[in-house]
Write a protein of this length. Structure first.
Length: 480
């Protein structure tokens, strides 16, 4: 029964001398004969003294070890990983150790490959090109192929964008007809293609130049997707495989291609955002300069006319011009709030008092009960606070009391004004929504955009005195 076990079995003395071993164990440690293994001690396999002594100590103290992963050196010097479950057995003839040993080298190799892949794609200081090249090298090693490429397919052209190989037969920037490659099948079906032996697995594709002239005899590749098919992430070799690429190898290539797809999509989105931000900056420039200048002229002329001519019509004109100035300020703030946040830093609670002076607060009062600093973009947080203060003064009256305090996972800004009706709390954050004749409806929309840009959450609720309360959560704090 022991000889028929699909996993390794060995019996040793407490000191590590072999007494018995089944064929699976002998094959695992690459022994030429069972006697070859039995004539040796465990120290020849567990060469790390700390590992060996730790295993023996555990057996002596606890009587057993379960599912312990150990590094083993075979008789040919190769390193493998095994999973050991062993127990100390006492008989009338003495004590010995029974051990079940399972080869987990492939599993550990897969885990190591995934860890390496994670380290590659999560390194913030590496460029995209460097990350892709590292993934291609990792894939070449795991798949044992000569070539790895990220390609870009445009029409009938196949561009080798990033290449990993030990020779110069293929270089980044080379262009060939897409019809010459197996990647055409990947692009047309938008599915992975696995060919351990092209002639055996896809004889209909042997007329391609890649097979006829370049000798590409095994291939594994997956599509790279952005808005449509960008290209392929693939590995290939001139030597065919006896078998097929494994399920694990196919999964690894799919994982890599999906990350590359995601990263390319992210780069496209960032490029679009950069273009949009440039348009917003142009809009802000027009608002802040080209509209402010004629508005200032109109305000000055209307004030001079009001001094020279006693008429109510000019009062209406001046009020309208003042409202236009408020609208321009809010539109400019709305445009800037849509940008991504810049570098964040700890913002002291004292900053709210400094910003208080930038707003026409009349007889309003401020109380800050924060003890910790908020990690935020200082300009954007100031914009959020000033707009909430303006909203409180506009709706709560000249003597409104405003409080900034800390709550679990964030902070709040509340006032003691009339509050916001429950059925309107979802609407007040929409651009253009206002219940005041003097309001523009943009202030709270700016607040929402600043919150979203930081990745925070915003809730509108009722304050302790019945006024409006804005709760911002998912906020990072620093002490002091």
């Amino acid at each position: 029964m022991i000889e028929a076990l699909p996993i390794g079995y060995a019996r040793t003395t407490p000191d590590g001398e072999f007494l018995a071993a089944n064929s699976t164990f002998v094959a695992m440690v690459e022994g030429a004969a069972r006697e070859d293994v039995l004539s040796r001690g465990v120290e020849e396999f567990y060469r790390d003294e700390a590992t060996r002594e730790g295993l023996i100590a555990a057996l002596r103290e606890e009587g057993q070890v379960r599912n312990r992963e150990l590094k083993v050196t075979t008789l040919t010097g190769e390193t493998i990983w095994v999973l050991v479950t062993a127990r100390m057995v006492e008989t009338d003839d003495g004590r010995y150790v029974d051990a079940l040993v399972q080869d987990i080298t492939d599993r550990r190799r897969r885990e190591d490959a995934l860890r390496e892949m994670h380290d590659i794609i999560s390194a913030p200081d590496r460029s995209f090109e460097d990350q892709v090249e590292a993934l291609l090298e990792l894939g070449r090693r795991e798949l044992d192929t000569r070539y790895g490429t990220l390609s870009k397919i445009r029409g009938d052209d196949y561009l080798f964008e990033i290449v990993a190989t030990d020779d110069d037969s293929i270089q980044a920037g080379d262009v060939v007809p897409v019809s010459a490659t197996n990647c055409e099948l990947v692009a047309s079906t938008e599915q992975s293609l696995v060919l351990g032996n092209v002639a055996r697995d896809a004889p209909g594709e042997t007329d391609r130049t890649g097979y006829q002239d370049w000798g590409i005899s095994c291939y594994i590749g997956a599509p790279v997707m952005t808005d449509d098919v960008y290209g392929t992430f693939c590995f290939y070799d001139t030597d065919p495989r006896d078998g097929q690429f494994t399920e694990w190898e196919s999964t690894l290539v799919d994982l890599m291609s999906r990350w590359v797809s995601y990263e390319l999509q992210r780069r496209q989105v960032n490029a679009r955002l950069a273009e949009k931000n440039e348009q917003l900056e142009q809009f802000a420039s027009i608002v802040s300069h080209d509209l402010r200048n004629p508005l200032s002229v109109a305000q000055g002329r209307a004030e001079l006319a009001a001094e020279a001519c006693d008429t109510d019509h000019l009062d209406h004109v001046l009020r309208s011009l003042d409202r236009m100035e408020v609208l321009i300020d809010d539109l400019l703030g709305l445009a800037l709030a849509g940008e991504q946040v810049g570098d964040t830093e700890p913002i002291s609670p004292d900053s709210f008092g400094d910003w208080w002076g930038n707003v026409a607060t009349r007889d309003a009062t401020l109380r800050v009960s924060l003890d910790r600093s908020i990690q935020a973009d200082p300009g954007r947080l100031q914009q959020l606070f000033e707009n909430l203060v303006r909203n409180a003064v506009e709706h709560g009256g000249d003597a409104v009391a405003i409080t900034v305090g800390e709550l679990e996972g964030g902070f709040y800004v509340e006032d003691d004004g009339p509050g916001i009706p429950e059925d309107s709390r979802g609407d007040v954050l929409e651009a253009g929504f206002t219940t005041s004749e003097e309001g523009t409806g943009f202030g709270l929309s700016i607040v929402k955009q600043v919150v979203d840009a930081h990745g925070w959450d915003l809730q509108v609720t009722e304050g302790a005195a019945g006024g409006a309360r804005f709760e911002v959560t998912d906020v990072a704090f620093t002490d002091g």
